[in-house]
Write a protein that binds this ligand. Structure first.
Ligand SMILES: Cc1ncc(COP(=O)(O)O)c(C=O)c1O
Length: 406
């Protein structure tokens, strides 16, 4: 899935003469429009953590998206980018008294919760606010399950929402997260079943909710798995299950439900790419006596490619792709530039074919890394600075140039 020639991303990557991460805002906008078409009636609050880049947030805000913020600095950034405070919630169940009070001072009135302790703190530091309780999911079928650290059992959710009501908060909703890069429609199906059970029991207890937050988890389409095979999530089927699931929940009596979603990865991953360069392609014999090729890049796990633990990114070597000409390849372990040995794809899951003639300094494009890359850049580990970012303008804006970011 190399970016097609003459697309904004291809043009920006081809024009870059030094390392950077670049975003195609028109692509992000188009993805947002498609998502709204596929899931009519589901409001989108972009998960800021997936791409805390001002221009990305501003372009989504201008399309009408809200923000799922996990911290007060994320809220402040989203507000600066133009997200109205009424379209924002505090989506992190982990927060201190001070965090809650600061968010409340900013005007945030919607809070995720998953425990009696947290909801009690919300009643003190965000009095009268609206809360939604996150149900734990198994995370099965997702690359990153998010299963243990957040969310509670159905029985605890009843207790948490009853406590909210008793403490003067508004028990407003339920939420789930099916796990990030959820690869199955079944993951969604079981989340809807769980939501239906809890909604039915809440009604029995006299609690009426006004929304369900479906969380994140929608997949990106351009990744390779740990073995280098394309990951091919059944997106159409997932959309169909979500449409049917929301219809089903909407028919449960006793609630008047709106639906919200917090996609992160799905909206940005395939519209961001890194221009890196070859540090060295070298071969050496390891302690096991085997001679292996290593491709060291200028960018790796600590410069934005943290998720190389679970997937591989598609690599393009633009100066070695002559149309109609056979290029000699070797199979190599691809690794980043730091002195940490985790900064490499695991070689027990297979090697990556790379051109034999790669030379130090040759450009490399790392595709589909627009999600979580800017959030996962270390500051100065081994002296490597975070990559600068650039973007190509949103659709309809005349000056759709690539501009240097901060
Ligand atoms: C509460 C919450 N919402 C949304 C997201 C975004 O998830 P994704 O990038 O899988 O869409 C996350 C990711 O960790 C999350 O924790």
């Amino acid at each position: 899935m190399e970016p097609r020639e003459n697309t904004p991303l291809h043009t920006a990557l081809a024009a870059a003469t030094d390392d950077r991460i670049t975003f195609d805002l028109a692509g992000i906008e188009a993805g947002y429009d498609t998502l709204r078409r596929e899931l009519p009636g589901v409001r989108v609050r972009f998960a800021v953590k997936a791409c805390p880049v001002d221009e990305v947030l501003a372009c989504l805000a201008a399309k009408g998206a809200g923000a799922d913020a996990a911290s007060v600095p994320e809220m402040e950034q989203a507000l600066r980018a133009g997200v109205p405070v009424g379209r924002m919630h505090y989506g992190n169940t982990v927060k201190s008294d001070e965090n809650i009070a600061d968010a409340y001072r900013l005007g945030v009135r919607d809070f995720a919760t998953d425990s009696v302790e947290d909801v009690t703190a919300l009643a003190v530091h965000a009095p009268g606010s609206r809360v939604f309780c996150r149900l734990a999911t198994s995370g099965d079928g997702a690359l990153w399950g998010l299963s243990d650290k957040y969310g509670c059992s159905p029985a605890d959710a009843l207790l948490v929402l009853e406590t909210a009501r008793d403490l003067g908060l508004t028990p407003a909703g339920l939420s789930v997260h099916v796990g990030s890069q959820q690869m199955t429609a079944e993951g969604w199906h079981s989340a809807f079943e769980q939501l239906a059970d809890v909604l039915t029991e809440l009604r029995r207890r006299g609690i009426s909710l006004d929304h369900v937050n479906l969380g994140g988890g929608l997949p990106a389409l351009g990744y390779l798995d740990r073995h280098g095979r394309p990951l091919d999530p059944p997106l159409d089927k997932i959309f169909a299950v979500i449409r049917e699931g929301t219809r089903h929940l909407g028919r449960i009596p006793g609630h008047r439900l709106a639906f919200v979603m917090e996609p992160g990865r799905h909206l940005v991953a395939d519209h961001g790419a890194i221009r890196a360069h070859v540090s060295r392609l070298s071969a050496r014999r390891g302690p096991d006596g085997e001679r292996r090729w290593w491709l060291y890049l200028s960018c790796g796990k600590f410069n934005g490619l943290y998720e190389m633990d679970e997937l591989r990114y598609r690599l393009v070597f633009p100066t070695h792709q002559m149309a109609g000409r056979e290029t000699e390849h070797v199979r190599a372990v691809v690794a980043g530039p730091t002195c940490d040995s985790d900064d490499a794809y695991a070689h027990d899951s297979g090697l990556t074919p790379v051109p034999r003639a790669l030379a130090s300094g040759d450009p490399v494009w790392v595709l589909s890394c627009g999600a979580y890359a800017t959030s996962y850049m270390t500051r100065g580990f081994n002296g490597f600075s975070p990559l600068p970012y650039t973007w190509t303008g949103p659709a309809g804006r005349p000056d759709s140039r690539t501009e240097p970011g901060g």
